[in-house]
Structure formats: structure tokens, C-alpha cells
Design a binder for this molecule. Structure first.
Ligand code: SAM
Length: 283
């Protein structure tokens, strides 16, 4: 293919009119599933890029920002987490991070679309390496139904979902977060990716509000995510206690985990909860 083809993720359907473009150096894979259209592209700079319904899920070059921050912050706020549930996350990056914690004995991935898992096995070995770990159980199904059916079972639940469209819409509602809360053990912690505060603050505030309604306490934190809209991403933590996740985390374990990470470390953990004024005012 000539190096003149570009892919643009269009942000028109959100509040923004604009986009983020990558040069397509190769199209490696395309498939239409009952849930979404999967594409895997290659770009000379970003490496392989996974798209679902023309939205960038990850690039090999910078997926570590997102996966480090979605997983390690909540996992380090739980004392000795043993059972972890990941909802969505079919690329495997979140499993890979959860398995870095020696105390974790079981990770269940509940992904609605098995084709995402298969595409990741084929094209993203650096993310999907954990699928065959003996501590991992892959469950193909809807996360909404899964949490309804499991009570007080997981120490940490991470929602690694697509944006609030299509099958993921229900993963951003207070009904769902109530079920997530009940699915957690008493000291359990939940974390969800909650969109871009720079370009979708209304959405962030709405989703964060739903989480705050369902949990005893909730906290928002941010981190860069260069290939997501605006480059700034938010995550929301829901706790069944009054613990402050910016301070009450296991620093010794955090230092050990940081040795295995490209982005996460205990200082980043603390500072991620310091929010710019324009976000604080809206929460
Ligand atoms: N980090 C990514 C992002 O924000 O762009 C998310 C990556 S991961 C591939 C998202 C996964 O969530 C997709 O594979 C999708 O199939 C899955 N998903 C969407 N709705 C779901 C649901 N209701 N239950 C379980 N998985 C779901």
C-alpha cells in the first residue's frame, strides 16, 4: 500500500468537531462481529493500532499509560487483593497488569465480544500474554449480567470498557454501579475509565456522579493517554469505605509494582488525584 492513506477518528458524535489521524502503513485485519467492527492497522510510529467501530482502543506505543493507571491505582488501594474482575478489556492489557500483583490469585475477564480476544491473541502478543495464565478465567458475556449474578466476590473490579455507546452504554449507569458495589467484597474497590475531562467534561461529571451515588465514597483522577481524544483521560474510583485513595495505598507494594511499569509509580499515584480547577468546580 502507498503511504498516503490515513485513518481519522472523528469526534463529531461527541461535543467536539475534529479528529485524530494516523497514517495507515498497513491494514492487518478487518472483521465485523455482532457487536462492532474490529480493525487492526499498522503505523510506522505507533506500531499496531486496534480500532473498534473506528475508535482507537490502543496503540502499541502508548497503551501502557492507560493500562498502568486503570489497574494499579485501584489494586494498590485494596489490602491484599486476591480476586479481580475486569469488565471489557478484551485486548488483555488490563489482565497483564493485574497479574503483576503477586497477591492476585484469580482474574476473571468478562468480555462481550470473543473476536476482540482472538484479534489480540493474533496481533498483540505483548498485551494478550496473560490470557493463558492459570490464574485467568475468560468469560464471554455481558458485564451487566455478570455483576448481577455475583455477590461479594471480588476485591477489585475494573471497568475497561469502550465509550458509552453500543453494548457499553449500560456500563456507565448507576444501576450497573450499584450491582458492581454489591459484587465487591467489604473492603473492595472499583475503578472505571470515565472519558476525557478536557473534551467531554459533561460526560465525565455525569458518570462520576453515578459512581458517587452507588458507593460510600468516590474519587476522580487523571493521566495522559496520548492516543485518546484530547490526550487527557479520567478514571473514577468507587470505595465501600472512607479511605482516601490518594493517600491510603500500599506504598511498599506500589514501589515493587513501579519497577515493572513504564508509567505508574507511587508519586504519580498521589499526584493523579490533584485536579485542575475547572474539573474541581464541576464535581
Ligand atoms: N481501553 C479501551 C478504550 O477505552 O478505548 C477499551 C478497550 S477494551 C478493547 C473495551 C472492550 O469492552 C471491548 O472489547 C468491548 O467488546 C467490551 N465491551 C463493551 N461492552 C461490554 C459489555 N456490556 N460487557 C462486557 N464487555 C463489553
Amino acid at each position: 500500500m502507498e503511504k498516503t492513506h490515513w485513518f481519522t477518528e472523528r469526534f463529531e458524535s461527541r461535543d467536539v468537531v475534529g479528529g485524530l489521524s494516523f497514517r495507515i502503513d498497513e491494514i492487518l485485519f478487518e472483521a465485523k462481529t455482532p457487536y462492532q467492527r474490529i480493525r487492526v492497522l499498522r503505523n510506522d510510529f505507533f506500531g499496531k493500532v486496534m480500532l473498534l467501530d473506528d475508535i482507537v482502543m490502543l496503540t502499541e506505543k502508548d497503551e501502557f499509560y492507560y493500562h498502568d493507571m486503570l489497574m494499579h491505582v485501584p489494586l494498590l488501594c485494596v489490602d491484599n487483593p486476591e480476586k479481580v474482575l475486569i469488565i471489557g478489556g478484551g485486548d488483555g492489557g488490563s489482565i497483564r497488569e493485574a497479574l503483576k500483583h503477586a497477591c492476585v490469585k484469580k482474574v476473571v475477564l468478562c468480555e462481550i465480544d470473543e473476536a476482540v480476544i482472538n484479534a489480540s491473541r493474533r496481533f498483540f502478543p505483548s498485551l494478550s500474554s496473560g490470557f493463558d495464565d492459570e490464574r485467568v478465567e475468560l468469560f464471554i458475556g455481558d458485564g451487566i449480567e455478570y455483576v448481577k449474578a455475583h455477590k461479594q466476590e471480588f476485591d477489585c473490579i475494573c471497568i475497561d470498557s469502550t465509550d458509552p455507546v453500543g453494548p457499553a452504554i449500560g456500563l456507565f449507569t448507576s444501576e450497573f454501579y450499584n450491582d458492581v458495589c454489591e459484587c465487591l467484597t467489604p473492603g473492595g474497590v472499583m475503578c472505571a475509565q470515565t472519558e476525557s475531562p478536557a473534551w467531554s467534561l459533561k460526560n465525565v461529571v455525569r458518570i462520576y456522579g453515578n459512581i458517587a451515588k452507588s458507593f460510600k465514597s468516590a474519587h476522580l483522577y487523571t493521566a495522559p493517554s496520548p492516543c485518546y481524544p484530547s490526550g487527557l483521560w479520567s478514571y473514577s474510583i468507587g470505595l465501600k469505605s472512607d479511605k482516601n485513595p490518594a493517600k491510603d495505598f500500599d506504598r511498599q507494594r506500589a514501589r515493587q509494582i513501579a519497577k515493572l511499569c513504564k508509567y505508574y509509580n507511587p508519586e504519580i499515584h498521589r499526584s493523579a488525584f490533584a485536579l485542575p480547577n475547572y474539573i474541581q468546580e464541576k464535581l
